[in-house]
Write a protein that binds this ligand. Sequence first.
Ligand SMILES: CC(C)(COP(=O)(O)OP(=O)(O)OC[C@H]1O[C@@H](n2cnc3c(N)ncnc32)[C@H](O)[C@@H]1OP(=O)(O)O)[C@@H](O)C(=O)NCCC(=O)NCCS
Length: 304
Amino acid sequence: MGLRVSEATRDQAAALAGLTWGAYAPLLSWSEDEKRRSRAVSLAVWAGTVPVGLSVSVKGAGGGQNLLSLTVAPAWRRRGVGRLMLRATTETLIRRGGVTALEACFSDRLPGFDGFTALLAAEGWQTPEPTSHRICGPVRETFSVFRHRAGIIERLNREGFRILTWAEAGMAALAKVAELEATGEAPAWASPRHWLEKLHPEASMVLVDADGDVRGWVVCQHQAAMNRWYFPVGWVRQPQASRGWLLGAYAEGARRLGERHGQDTRVVVESGAGQPDMVRVLERHFRPHADWADRLMVSWRKLG
Ligand SMILES: CC(C)(COP(=O)(O)OP(=O)(O)OC[C@H]1O[C@@H](n2cnc3c(N)ncnc32)[C@H](O)[C@@H]1OP(=O)(O)O)[C@@H](O)C(=O)NCCC(=O)NCCS
Protein backbone atom coordinates (compact mmCIF):
# COMPACT_ATOMS: atom_id res chain seq x y z
CA MET A 1 0.00 0.00 0.00
CA GLY A 2 1.27 3.48 -0.87
CA LEU A 3 2.18 5.87 1.91
CA ARG A 4 1.09 9.50 2.06
CA VAL A 5 2.77 12.24 4.13
CA SER A 6 0.70 15.25 5.14
CA GLU A 7 0.71 18.00 7.74
CA ALA A 8 -1.40 16.94 10.73
CA THR A 9 -4.64 18.86 11.08
CA ARG A 10 -6.63 19.60 14.24
CA ASP A 11 -9.43 17.20 13.36
CA GLN A 12 -6.86 14.37 13.18
CA ALA A 13 -5.54 15.07 16.70
CA ALA A 14 -7.37 12.18 18.40
CA ALA A 15 -6.32 9.67 15.72
CA LEU A 16 -2.67 10.74 15.95
CA ALA A 17 -2.32 11.26 19.73
CA GLY A 18 -1.09 7.67 20.26
CA LEU A 19 1.90 8.38 18.01
CA THR A 20 3.55 10.93 20.30
CA TRP A 21 4.26 11.39 24.03
CA GLY A 22 1.30 12.42 26.20
CA ALA A 23 3.01 15.73 26.93
CA TYR A 24 3.15 16.63 23.22
CA ALA A 25 -0.28 15.38 22.13
CA PRO A 26 -1.90 18.79 22.95
CA LEU A 27 0.26 20.37 20.19
CA LEU A 28 -1.86 18.52 17.66
CA SER A 29 -4.88 20.62 18.65
CA TRP A 30 -3.12 23.98 18.45
CA SER A 31 -4.68 26.79 16.44
CA GLU A 32 -2.97 27.98 13.24
CA ASP A 33 -1.82 31.05 15.14
CA GLU A 34 -0.23 29.01 17.95
CA LYS A 35 1.48 26.79 15.38
CA ARG A 36 2.88 29.78 13.53
CA ARG A 37 4.21 31.35 16.72
CA SER A 38 5.96 28.11 17.80
CA ARG A 39 6.88 27.14 14.26
CA ALA A 40 5.24 23.77 14.96
CA VAL A 41 5.55 21.23 12.16
CA SER A 42 3.67 17.94 12.70
CA LEU A 43 3.81 15.50 9.81
CA ALA A 44 1.74 12.32 9.69
CA VAL A 45 2.25 9.31 7.46
CA TRP A 46 -0.90 7.48 6.36
CA ALA A 47 -1.39 4.03 4.87
CA GLY A 48 -4.83 4.60 3.40
CA THR A 49 -6.88 5.85 6.35
CA VAL A 50 -4.54 4.38 8.98
CA PRO A 51 -1.95 6.68 10.60
CA VAL A 52 1.38 4.81 10.76
CA GLY A 53 3.85 7.54 11.75
CA LEU A 54 4.08 11.03 13.24
CA SER A 55 6.86 13.57 13.66
CA VAL A 56 6.46 16.66 15.84
CA SER A 57 8.90 19.58 15.91
CA VAL A 58 8.86 23.16 17.21
CA LYS A 59 11.09 26.21 17.27
CA GLY A 60 14.19 25.71 19.42
CA ALA A 61 16.97 27.99 20.64
CA GLY A 62 18.76 30.22 18.12
CA GLY A 63 17.77 29.26 14.60
CA GLY A 64 17.23 25.61 15.50
CA GLN A 65 14.12 23.45 15.29
CA ASN A 66 13.58 20.82 18.02
CA LEU A 67 12.40 17.42 16.89
CA LEU A 68 10.19 16.55 19.89
CA SER A 69 9.08 13.13 18.75
CA LEU A 70 9.30 10.75 15.81
CA THR A 71 7.25 7.60 16.12
CA VAL A 72 6.33 4.78 13.77
CA ALA A 73 3.54 2.31 14.65
CA PRO A 74 5.24 -0.96 15.72
CA ALA A 75 3.90 -3.02 12.78
CA TRP A 76 5.33 -0.49 10.32
CA ARG A 77 8.89 -0.22 11.62
CA ARG A 78 11.89 -0.94 9.38
CA ARG A 79 9.87 -0.12 6.29
CA GLY A 80 11.26 3.34 5.65
CA VAL A 81 8.53 5.37 7.43
CA GLY A 82 10.90 6.98 9.95
CA ARG A 83 13.30 8.00 7.18
CA LEU A 84 10.41 9.36 5.12
CA MET A 85 9.24 11.57 8.02
CA LEU A 86 12.72 12.87 8.81
CA ARG A 87 13.28 13.81 5.19
CA ALA A 88 9.82 15.37 4.84
CA THR A 89 10.40 17.43 8.02
CA THR A 90 13.76 18.61 6.70
CA GLU A 91 12.29 19.52 3.30
CA THR A 92 9.36 21.38 4.88
CA LEU A 93 11.69 23.45 7.07
CA ILE A 94 14.05 24.26 4.19
CA ARG A 95 11.10 25.28 2.02
CA ARG A 96 9.72 27.58 4.72
CA GLY A 97 13.17 29.03 5.43
CA GLY A 98 14.77 30.64 8.49
CA VAL A 99 15.84 27.41 10.21
CA THR A 100 19.54 26.56 10.51
CA ALA A 101 19.40 23.06 12.01
CA LEU A 102 17.06 20.27 13.03
CA GLU A 103 17.94 19.04 16.53
CA ALA A 104 16.90 16.15 18.74
CA CYS A 105 17.38 15.88 22.51
CA PHE A 106 16.48 12.46 23.91
CA SER A 107 17.04 10.17 26.85
CA ASP A 108 19.52 7.30 26.69
CA ARG A 109 16.73 5.28 28.37
CA LEU A 110 14.42 5.75 25.40
CA PRO A 111 13.02 2.28 24.57
CA GLY A 112 13.73 2.91 20.86
CA PHE A 113 17.19 4.40 21.54
CA ASP A 114 19.15 1.99 19.30
CA GLY A 115 16.72 2.24 16.38
CA PHE A 116 16.51 6.02 16.63
CA THR A 117 20.26 6.59 16.82
CA ALA A 118 20.75 4.16 13.92
CA LEU A 119 18.22 6.13 11.87
CA LEU A 120 19.90 9.45 12.72
CA ALA A 121 23.31 8.02 11.72
CA ALA A 122 21.87 6.67 8.46
CA GLU A 123 20.48 10.14 7.70
CA GLY A 124 23.80 11.92 8.32
CA TRP A 125 23.05 13.44 11.75
CA GLN A 126 25.80 14.32 14.22
CA THR A 127 26.80 11.46 16.54
CA PRO A 128 24.68 11.96 19.72
CA GLU A 129 26.57 13.51 22.65
CA PRO A 130 25.54 13.56 26.32
CA THR A 131 24.45 17.02 27.43
CA SER A 132 23.18 16.45 30.96
CA HIS A 133 22.23 13.98 33.68
CA ARG A 134 18.75 13.74 35.17
CA ILE A 135 17.67 12.04 38.34
CA CYS A 136 14.07 11.52 39.45
CA GLY A 137 12.90 10.57 42.92
CA PRO A 138 10.41 11.38 45.67
CA VAL A 139 11.05 14.43 47.86
CA ARG A 140 11.16 12.11 50.89
CA GLU A 141 14.43 10.60 49.71
CA THR A 142 16.19 13.94 49.62
CA PHE A 143 16.28 13.83 53.46
CA SER A 144 18.58 10.81 53.38
CA VAL A 145 20.63 12.39 50.59
CA PHE A 146 20.99 15.86 52.12
CA ARG A 147 22.20 14.66 55.50
CA HIS A 148 23.99 17.96 56.11
CA ARG A 149 21.00 20.03 55.09
CA ALA A 150 20.38 21.57 58.51
CA GLY A 151 24.07 22.45 58.89
CA ILE A 152 24.26 24.10 55.47
CA ILE A 153 21.09 26.13 55.98
CA GLU A 154 22.24 27.15 59.49
CA ARG A 155 25.60 28.32 58.13
CA LEU A 156 23.87 30.23 55.34
CA ASN A 157 21.64 32.03 57.82
CA ARG A 158 24.49 32.70 60.24
CA GLU A 159 26.40 34.46 57.48
CA GLY A 160 23.39 36.58 56.61
CA PHE A 161 22.37 34.71 53.46
CA ARG A 162 18.75 33.95 52.69
CA ILE A 163 16.99 31.68 50.25
CA LEU A 164 14.01 33.55 48.79
CA THR A 165 11.40 32.29 46.40
CA TRP A 166 11.52 33.86 42.95
CA ALA A 167 8.22 35.58 43.78
CA GLU A 168 9.81 37.18 46.88
CA ALA A 169 12.99 38.21 45.03
CA GLY A 170 10.98 39.88 42.23
CA MET A 171 12.13 41.92 39.28
CA ALA A 172 15.24 43.22 41.04
CA ALA A 173 16.68 39.71 40.89
CA LEU A 174 16.08 39.59 37.17
CA ALA A 175 17.97 42.84 36.65
CA LYS A 176 20.88 41.39 38.65
CA VAL A 177 20.82 38.20 36.56
CA ALA A 178 21.07 40.31 33.39
CA GLU A 179 24.03 42.19 34.90
CA LEU A 180 25.84 38.96 35.85
CA GLU A 181 25.31 37.65 32.33
CA ALA A 182 26.50 40.88 30.73
CA THR A 183 29.78 40.80 32.70
CA GLY A 184 30.24 37.12 31.80
CA GLU A 185 30.18 35.98 35.44
CA ALA A 186 27.01 33.92 34.96
CA PRO A 187 27.42 31.38 32.15
CA ALA A 188 24.78 31.35 29.41
CA TRP A 189 23.60 27.82 30.29
CA ALA A 190 22.71 28.97 33.81
CA SER A 191 20.42 31.78 32.71
CA PRO A 192 16.97 31.62 34.31
CA ARG A 193 15.79 34.00 31.58
CA HIS A 194 15.25 31.10 29.13
CA TRP A 195 12.84 29.65 31.68
CA LEU A 196 10.88 32.73 32.67
CA GLU A 197 7.63 31.66 31.07
CA LYS A 198 7.73 28.25 32.74
CA LEU A 199 9.51 29.07 35.99
CA HIS A 200 7.37 28.38 39.06
CA PRO A 201 7.61 31.54 41.23
CA GLU A 202 7.07 29.70 44.54
CA ALA A 203 9.28 26.67 43.86
CA SER A 204 12.19 28.48 42.17
CA MET A 205 14.70 30.11 44.49
CA VAL A 206 17.12 33.00 44.66
CA LEU A 207 20.05 33.06 47.08
CA VAL A 208 20.80 36.57 48.40
CA ASP A 209 23.47 37.87 50.79
CA ALA A 210 23.11 40.24 53.74
CA ASP A 211 23.09 43.26 51.35
CA GLY A 212 20.33 41.71 49.26
CA ASP A 213 22.77 41.00 46.44
CA VAL A 214 21.92 37.96 44.28
CA ARG A 215 24.44 35.12 44.84
CA GLY A 216 22.73 32.37 42.84
CA TRP A 217 19.47 30.74 41.84
CA VAL A 218 17.62 27.50 41.29
CA VAL A 219 14.95 27.25 38.60
CA CYS A 220 11.97 24.94 39.08
CA GLN A 221 9.19 24.15 36.63
CA HIS A 222 6.01 22.26 37.46
CA GLN A 223 5.55 19.59 34.77
CA ALA A 224 1.90 18.94 35.55
CA ALA A 225 1.37 16.54 32.61
CA MET A 226 4.13 14.31 34.01
CA ASN A 227 3.15 14.88 37.61
CA ARG A 228 6.59 16.07 38.66
CA TRP A 229 8.67 19.14 39.54
CA TYR A 230 11.67 19.72 37.32
CA PHE A 231 14.84 21.56 38.37
CA PRO A 232 16.65 22.21 35.06
CA VAL A 233 19.15 24.81 36.25
CA GLY A 234 20.91 25.83 39.44
CA TRP A 235 23.94 28.08 39.76
CA VAL A 236 25.76 29.82 42.60
CA ARG A 237 28.53 32.44 42.35
CA GLN A 238 31.98 31.93 43.79
CA PRO A 239 33.03 31.61 46.57
CA GLN A 240 29.70 30.12 47.72
CA ALA A 241 29.66 27.60 44.86
CA SER A 242 32.41 25.55 46.43
CA ARG A 243 30.74 25.54 49.86
CA GLY A 244 27.80 23.35 49.02
CA TRP A 245 25.32 26.19 48.96
CA LEU A 246 23.84 25.14 45.65
CA LEU A 247 22.98 21.86 47.35
CA GLY A 248 21.53 23.87 50.22
CA ALA A 249 19.26 25.72 47.78
CA TYR A 250 18.09 22.46 46.18
CA ALA A 251 17.52 20.98 49.63
CA GLU A 252 15.42 23.97 50.62
CA GLY A 253 13.40 23.71 47.41
CA ALA A 254 12.73 20.03 48.03
CA ARG A 255 11.75 20.71 51.65
CA ARG A 256 9.23 23.36 50.59
CA LEU A 257 7.74 21.11 47.89
CA GLY A 258 7.39 18.29 50.41
CA GLU A 259 5.75 20.55 52.92
CA ARG A 260 3.27 21.92 50.42
CA HIS A 261 2.55 18.91 48.20
CA GLY A 262 3.52 15.85 50.27
CA GLN A 263 6.59 13.65 50.59
CA ASP A 264 5.66 11.52 47.55
CA THR A 265 6.08 14.53 45.26
CA ARG A 266 8.40 13.59 42.40
CA VAL A 267 11.33 15.85 41.60
CA VAL A 268 13.66 15.68 38.61
CA VAL A 269 17.05 17.33 39.04
CA GLU A 270 19.12 17.98 35.95
CA SER A 271 22.78 18.81 35.81
CA GLY A 272 24.74 19.71 32.73
CA ALA A 273 28.21 19.20 31.36
CA GLY A 274 29.18 22.63 32.77
CA GLN A 275 28.77 21.33 36.35
CA PRO A 276 30.99 18.27 36.82
CA ASP A 277 30.84 18.59 40.64
CA MET A 278 27.06 18.54 40.64
CA VAL A 279 26.98 15.58 38.25
CA ARG A 280 29.30 13.70 40.65
CA VAL A 281 27.05 14.49 43.61
CA LEU A 282 23.97 13.33 41.70
CA GLU A 283 25.66 10.11 40.66
CA ARG A 284 27.16 9.28 44.03
CA HIS A 285 24.50 10.41 46.50
CA PHE A 286 21.19 10.72 44.65
CA ARG A 287 21.28 7.80 42.27
CA PRO A 288 20.97 5.06 44.95
CA HIS A 289 17.65 6.65 46.04
CA ALA A 290 16.31 7.47 42.59
CA ASP A 291 13.28 6.08 40.73
CA TRP A 292 15.33 6.48 37.60
CA ALA A 293 18.37 8.28 36.25
CA ASP A 294 19.37 8.97 32.68
CA ARG A 295 21.51 11.07 30.41
CA LEU A 296 20.07 13.44 27.84
CA MET A 297 21.70 13.11 24.43
CA VAL A 298 21.72 15.69 21.64
CA SER A 299 22.15 15.25 17.93
CA TRP A 300 21.48 17.59 15.05
CA ARG A 301 21.68 18.06 11.31
CA LYS A 302 22.42 21.35 9.67
CA LEU A 303 19.84 22.46 7.11
CA GLY A 304 20.71 24.00 3.77
C1 LIG B 1 13.06 5.06 15.70
C2 LIG B 1 11.95 4.83 14.70
C3 LIG B 1 11.20 6.15 14.51
C4 LIG B 1 12.54 4.38 13.36
O1 LIG B 1 11.53 4.34 12.38
P1 LIG B 1 11.50 3.22 11.23
O2 LIG B 1 10.39 3.54 10.31
O3 LIG B 1 11.45 1.88 11.86
O4 LIG B 1 12.91 3.44 10.53
P2 LIG B 1 13.24 3.24 8.99
O5 LIG B 1 12.59 1.97 8.50
O6 LIG B 1 12.92 4.46 8.24
O7 LIG B 1 14.80 3.04 9.09
C5 LIG B 1 15.72 3.73 8.27
C6 LIG B 1 17.14 3.28 8.64
O8 LIG B 1 17.40 3.58 10.01
C7 LIG B 1 18.16 2.49 10.61
N1 LIG B 1 17.30 1.82 11.62
C8 LIG B 1 16.03 2.13 11.94
N2 LIG B 1 15.61 1.33 12.96
C9 LIG B 1 16.61 0.52 13.28
C10 LIG B 1 16.79 -0.51 14.25
N3 LIG B 1 15.80 -0.85 15.11
N4 LIG B 1 17.98 -1.14 14.31
C11 LIG B 1 18.98 -0.81 13.47
N5 LIG B 1 18.87 0.15 12.50
C12 LIG B 1 17.72 0.82 12.43
C13 LIG B 1 18.49 1.55 9.49
O9 LIG B 1 19.69 2.02 8.89
C14 LIG B 1 17.33 1.78 8.54
O10 LIG B 1 17.63 1.45 7.20
P3 LIG B 1 17.43 -0.09 6.71
O11 LIG B 1 16.09 -0.56 7.21
O12 LIG B 1 17.50 0.05 5.22
O13 LIG B 1 18.55 -0.86 7.33
C15 LIG B 1 10.98 3.72 15.19
O14 LIG B 1 11.73 2.58 15.52
C16 LIG B 1 10.14 4.11 16.40
O15 LIG B 1 9.04 4.64 16.25
N6 LIG B 1 10.62 3.82 17.63
C17 LIG B 1 9.90 4.09 18.85
C18 LIG B 1 9.78 5.59 19.13
C19 LIG B 1 11.12 6.26 19.31
O16 LIG B 1 11.96 5.79 20.04
N7 LIG B 1 11.29 7.44 18.66
C20 LIG B 1 12.53 8.22 18.70
C21 LIG B 1 12.56 9.43 19.54
S1 LIG B 1 11.08 10.22 19.95
